[in-house]
Design a protein around this ligand. Structure first.
Ligand SMILES: N[C@@H](CCC(=O)N[C@@H](CS)C(=O)NCC(=O)O)C(=O)O
Length: 209
């Protein structure tokens, strides 16, 4: 049994979608970051950086913060969605790290400046929007002639997808990125993705381009 600490954000959805895909039993603990619940002492014991998602694996006693780390852990625990060794494993980790270092932090800045604080910092809006387009372009190129970022559906796709689901917030026209659009729609149709998207609560249907 896994305890999942999460909220209705792209990083949170990475963990719930993965748990649904793996078919692992889990208990959801909502951490409403809008109400500063991430600073509660009991949550900080699991996630000292006061950020969701985090997990505790009651089978092993291991607790983990950082979505990339817990995705690798769960992939290894189950032997699914992360190849055991060889180039295939490193390819998945490569694109997972690309999400962790690029897509997440940069699109997060687009949400901050373009969606929530429009007009306050034109330079930041321009800088991060440009970076968002660059990253969408990289993803579009990677998906040319490839169904998924590392060929087989993997934790890398699951890490990237919830960020792309905010394409409207990012003012991205998916028609400009046809391979991303096709990949996004394929993943959005998966039953586990639909279930995991609605954790810890239903915020409405998955946005479709
Ligand atoms: N690198 C972290 C980022 C996690 C993160 O930024 N979580 C946000 C929600 S998407 C959060 O908990 N924010 C609360 C805060 O900043 O206090 C991960 O991938 O897990």
């Amino acid at each position: 049994m896994i305890d999942l600490y999460t909220w209705t954000t792209p990083n949170g959805r990475k963990a719930s979608i993965l748990l649904e895909e793996l078919g692992l039993p889990y208990t959801v603990h909502s951490v409403d970051i809008g109400k500063d619940e991430q600073f509660k002492p009991e949550f900080l014991k699991v996630s000292p950086n006061n950020r969701i998602p985090a997990i505790v694996d009651r089978d092993t006693g291991i607790s983990l913060m950082e979505s990339g780390a817990l995705m690798i852990y769960l992939g290894d625990k189950t032997g699914k969605l992360l190849p055991k060794d060889g180039e295939a494993r490193y390819r998945v980790i490569e694109w997972l790290m690309w999400q962790m270092g690029g897509i997440g932090p940069m699109l997060g800045q687009v949400h901050h400046f373009v969606k929530y604080n429009k007009g306050k910092a034109p330079y930041a809006e321009e800088r991060y929007s440009k970076e968002a387009h660059r990253l969408y372009g990289v993803l579009n190129k990677r998906l040319e002639g490839r169904e998924f970022v590392a060929d087989q559906y993997s934790i890398a796709d699951i890490a990237i997808w919830p960020w792309i689901s905010r394409f409207e917030w990012q003012e991205i026209d998916m028609k400009q990125y046809p391979n991303v659009k096709r990949w996004y729609e394929t993943i959005a149709a998966r039953p586990a993705v639909k279930k995991g998207y609605a954790v810890p609560k239903d915020t409405g249907p998955i946005p479709m381009p």
